[in-house]
Design a protein around this ligand. Structure first.
Ligand SMILES: NC(=O)N[C@@H](CC(=O)O)C(=O)O
Ligand SMILES: [Zn+2]
Ligand SMILES: [Zn+2]
Length: 392
């Protein structure tokens, strides 16, 4: 792990630039003394490790609408500066006009005093008008367009079945530099649910990219080693978001010891070797991988049901979870790249100038669920204690 100058030793304007791992001089002294005296002394001393990074962004987020929006928006806006807001409302956000109205509803639901910018997306349908996409993108209203194969996931009934019908839109997007965000799973009932991402790469994604040179594509919520390999083998026009929960859970979390509906999401979590490939990619610093939490709230009755909805709600404790994952991988110095730098670089936006500090201490308390006007929503349980707290 890199040891950087202490935060206190830097002028205020350099603190943001330094980023990365910052320990106070007092902590360092304690560690040095502890090293001389033996390991017992380390636990006897409270740690004051701090990590200051640029304020992060979430490149894949579900905010929903109405009472649910009101309930979940503060959880993201508390820590994140910007988020790519998914368009899978009912009915979906398909036109520039829909996106403008949805953005207004999000801004109206913003808690007072928060500084958060929603980055809007359009839901690609077989009827999407290339000119409408171009106009919405040109005026900065829409940042990306989202492709859902019809029926692949929550609220995706209006998604694409015949990819030839969206060729014109994709060509227009390549021309104007508007990225395509992809839910990368085939819906063929013959294909096993655990293989749907890998098959999508071969059957759909690779052909689309070959047919549309210059199209920027984000593989959303990557869940497999196959996906990691595909991104790594591609040129700079392909990036991928990775969720917090896919860096932590495997399919065992969902199925062992009884069905755990709050771990069920799409794409479904895979074997440990896939989770480990995602951790390796996220913690490598490779600029093609960045955070998209896919925090996707559903009320507890809708999750804890004979046919439960797919989606994990992690906005509340995502940064504490990620710091733990990166620390375990001995890669805390790469956390800033993953949550704050790689995403804006891919989207051609400047990173945030404000900073956020995580401090390590006793285990972090977070609510098991949050209350929304629609009902309770369970917060992601990583299954291990968290120690990194976002400083207020
Ligand atoms: N990820 C999920 O399991 N669910 C998302 C949809 C999605 O991102 O595919 C949702 O909207 O609930
Ligand atoms: Zn999805
Ligand atoms: Zn999603």
């Amino acid at each position: 792990m890199r040891l950087l100058p202490t935060r206190e030793s830097l002028p205020a304007d350099r603190r943001a630039e330094a980023g990365g791992m910052v320990r106070t001089a007092a902590t360092r002294r304690r560690r040095e003394t502890a090293g001389k005296r033996g390991a017992d002394c380390v636990t006897a001393q409270p740690m004051t490790e701090r990590l200051t990074i640029r304020r992060p962004d979430d490149w894949h987020l579900h905010l929903r609408d109405g009472a649910m929006l009101q309930g979940v928006l503060p959880e993201t806006a508390r820590h994140f500066a910007r988020a790519i807001v998914m368009p899978n409302l009912v009915p979906p956000v398909v036109t520039g006009k829909d996106a403008a109205a949805y953005r207004d509803r999000i801004l109206a639901a913003m808690p007072a005093g928060t500084d958060f910018t929603p980055l809007m997306t359009l839901y690609l349908t077989e009827k999407t008008d290339p000119a409408d996409v171009a106009a919405a993108h040109a005026r900065g209203l829409v940042t990306a367009v989202k492709l859902y194969p019809a029926g692949a996931t929550t609220n995706s009934d209006s998604g694409v079945t015949d990819f030839d019908k969206v060729r014109g839109v994709l060509e227009k997007m390549a021309e104007i530099g508007c990225p395509l965000c992809v839910h990368g799973e085939v819906t063929d009932p013959e294909v096993d649910i655990f293989d749907r991402e890998a098959v999508f790469i071969d059957r759909v994604l690779d052909p689309i990219r070959l047919a549309t040179p210059g199209l920027k594509v984000v593989m959303e919520h990557l869940t497999t080693a196959d996906g990691v390999d595909y991104v790594k083998a591609s040129d700079s026009g392909l990036g991928a978001t990775i969720t917090t929960h896919h860096l932590i859970i495997t399919r065992n979390h969902i199925l062992v010891g009884g069905i755990k509906p709050h771990y069920y999401c799409l794409p479904v979590a895979k074997r440990a070797r896939h989770r480990d490939a995602l951790v390796a990619a996220a913690t490598s610093g490779d600029a093609r991988f960045f955070l998209g939490t896919d925090s996707a709230p559903h009320t507890d009755p809708n999750k804890e049901s004979a046919c439960g909805c797919a989606g994990v709600f992690s906005a509340t404790n995502t940064l504490s979870c990620l710091a733990e994952v990166f620390e375990r991988a001995d890669a805390l110095d790469k956390l800033e790249a993953f949550v704050s730098l790689n995403g804006p670089a891919f989207y051609g936006l400047a990173p945030n100038t404000a900073t956020l500090t995580l401090a390590k201490g006793d285990s972090v308390d977070y609510p098991a669920r949050i209350d929304t006007g629609d009902g309770p929503v369970t917060v992601f349980d990583p299954g291990f204690p968290l120690h990194w707290r976002v400083e207020p």
